[in-house]
Unconditional design. Structure first.
Length: 195
């Protein structure tokens, strides 16, 4: 028994040296817990916080990989999710790249094949810029049709990014490109805390 406990402790310490846990919130409605291994592999479980009964809540799992090459960061992930009552499910992938020509500027782009059982297949996209304005404060802007809920919508995002130690907070405005009505503007916040 002591040998088994010693092996478990040894393996746990080794994984702790190469791994990072985080908890977070995505776009106001999805809490998540993630495990990042050796700064490359990420495993994430996400759950919705919809104003609905439990059978209508959404759960999703992601597996991703990241590779840094000079001033580029290449990412890829696959995901799948469903609501508990089986009313719909979706699956997809996201393949992207980020380029940092200078330390205060990042440019990123991604393509995301996405299938939703109620809305069918959509090839989604994302393109954005990040500019470090002052210490922990950055300005972010992007254009994307990656679904916030289920349906792909062409939207522009403008906001700020705060990063202090293990905490990252990103409040943004989500503005529809086709419908300029103020009623269609959303305020979204994402948060991540690493430990």
């Amino acid at each position: 028994m002591k040998k088994i406990l010693a092996i478990i402790l040894f393996v746990s310490i080794n994984f702790a040296c190469y791994a990072q846990w985080s908890i977070g919130l995505r776009d106001n409605h999805y809490v998540n817990v993630a495990y990042e291994l050796k700064d490359r592999w990420e495993f994430k479980l996400e759950h919705s916080l919809f104003a609905e009964k439990f059978p209508f809540q959404y759960v999703r799992a992601d597996v991703g990989y990241k590779q840094l090459v000079n001033k580029f960061a290449f990412t890829g992930k696959v995901y799948g999710g469903a609501i508990y009552n089986g009313g719909f499910y979706n699956v997809g992938a996201k393949i992207g790249a980020e380029y940092a020509p200078i330390s205060r500027l990042k440019i990123d782009a991604a393509v995301s094949p996405h299938y939703d059982s109620g809305y069918s297949y959509t090839t989604c996209y994302h393109g954005g810029v990040w500019f470090n304005a002052y210490k922990a404060l950055s300005i972010v802007a992007s254009v994307s049709n990656i679904p916030e809920y289920r349906d792909a919508e062409d939207r522009a995002y403008l906001g700020l990014s705060f990063e202090v130690g293990p905490l990252w907070v990103c409040p943004r405005l989500s503005i529809p490109i086709e419908d300029a009505s103020i009623k269609s503007v959303r305020v979204l916040t994402s948060v991540k805390y690493e430990f």
